[in-house]
Design a protein around this ligand. Sequence first.
Ligand code: SF4
Ligand code: SF4
Length: 406
Amino acid sequence: MQTRIEARHLKAPAGVEADRILRSCVHCGFCLSACPTYRLLGNETDSPRGRIYLIKQLLEGAGASDLTRLHLDRCLTCLACESACPSGVNYHRLVSTGRLLVEQQTVRPLRERFLRVLLRLVLPYSYRVRLLLQPVKWLRPILPAALRRRIPENLAAGEWPPKRHKRAMLALAGCVQTAARPRIDAAAARVLDRLGISLITAKDSGCCGALSYHLNAHAEAETFMRRNIDAWWPHIEQGAEAIVITASGCGVQVKDYGKLLAHDPDYAEKAARVASLARDLCEVLEGEDLDPLRTNAAGATRLAFHSPCSLQHGQRLDGKTEQVLRRLGYEPGIVPDRQICCGSAGSYSLLQPEISQRLLQDKIAALEKSRPDLIATANIGCLLHLQSATTIPVIHWIELLDPLRH
Ligand code: SF4
Ligand code: SF4
């Protein structure tokens, strides 16, 4: 694609990068059928190619309108378009540049501004989420079924094994997951302990920064990223092998730390090192002898696996979790249109509820097709979103392997 980017944008690294990405798009349209919003709404401007064109116009000085913002807001950042694109267009870097420009050039209605600030004030802080969530969790058993499904169960995390192995890996402390379902990280620690690896947490680490970043608060996201790097660094120097991430959405962000902090001379090198150590849990288990985890329960469980977009498209780890589960005797059922987003997408379900709900209904129908006893997934956002619309229990796949479960 030919471009005529304004000179002022070409003075900044993000503008130069955007120009390069725009030029790599050949307008073939192969990405259109992969895009959930294009499939639902049928508008070119709600497709990857249409959004790329809108961003091109912005960078060429056309100015942003409320409509430009709407079409960029409707993007789930699911990155199915990146998986489908034969030219390797780096859509996610381009859309974040485009969104930032739109945010600077337009004024959102008061309600939207309020909601976005509220999300940034609450969700990245696990203690704030816990404070709000815990009373509702206690009330959950007496609520009507439809409402109950929207609230996480009040499950005990169980014991976190002490550090006793020579091999150690760091856990991402996270934010929403720690408050909504603390059992996931504790189960990962118990599973890794069985495999001879101690999972440790670093004091003062927390949210990965993804939520702020996707709400166009890049400086705030960078503060979270630097805080994590500072907290992890002493453990990395002491030989921690990896940073294990149990929420695939956070994994995409941590794996991007190197690029996102490349402009910061104090953190660029450390950020690149941290990014190189980031592993989704399935990548860790993939390389281990899994015999200590074998149980008799596997073959008896009818399972559907929802592969989050952040795992399939964001981290390009499609099929790896299923391979780990198969090695342990589980046989996940076939899920039609598995590459399509469930509509959770971080805070998208709160900001774009209508599209999100339509995608959720389609996803639940696809997952229920094989009549599973359980639905497993790899991202807390998807887990909570899916559970709100089905009576089938939705769990994180590591909970299946938890020694406390067997
Ligand atoms: S598939 Fe890739 S090259 Fe083709 S229109 Fe979409 S983004 Fe552009
Ligand atoms: S990230 Fe997802 S929703 Fe956004 S343009 Fe790409 S495929 Fe469509």
